[in-house]
Design a protein around this ligand. Structure first.
Ligand code: CU
Length: 70
C-alpha cells in the first residue's frame, strides 16, 4: 500500500472535487481517493507501483494545477 498526497490550490467547489476524483480513479492501481475541498488537498492510496508523476499528469489533464508535497 502506498499513499501519495498533493496540494491542488485551484480546487474550489464540488465540481472541481468530482473532476479531480474522476481523473485519479481512472489510474490503474488507485484504490482510494480522498479530497479535502477545505484544505485543497488530495490523498491517493493504492498499490506500491503508484507513481506521483502519474497523479500530477492526470490532474493537469482535467485542468488543475497540483503542487507536490502538500
Ligand atoms: Cu470548482
Amino acid at each position: 500500500m502506498k499513499e501519495l498526497s498533493l496540494k491542488v490550490p485551484d480546487i474550489s467547489c464540488g465540481h472541481c472535487v468530482a473532476a479531480v476524483r474522476g481523473a485519479l480513479e481512472t489510474i490503474e492501481g488507485v484504490e482510494e481517493v480522498h479530497i479535502s475541498l477545505e484544505a485543497r488537498t488530495v490523498l491517493v492510496r493504492g498499490v506500491d507501483a503508484l507513481d506521483l508523476s502519474d497523479m500530477v499528469e492526470a490532474i493537469r489533464e482535467v485542468g488543475y494545477t497540483p503542487q507536490v508535497g502538500g
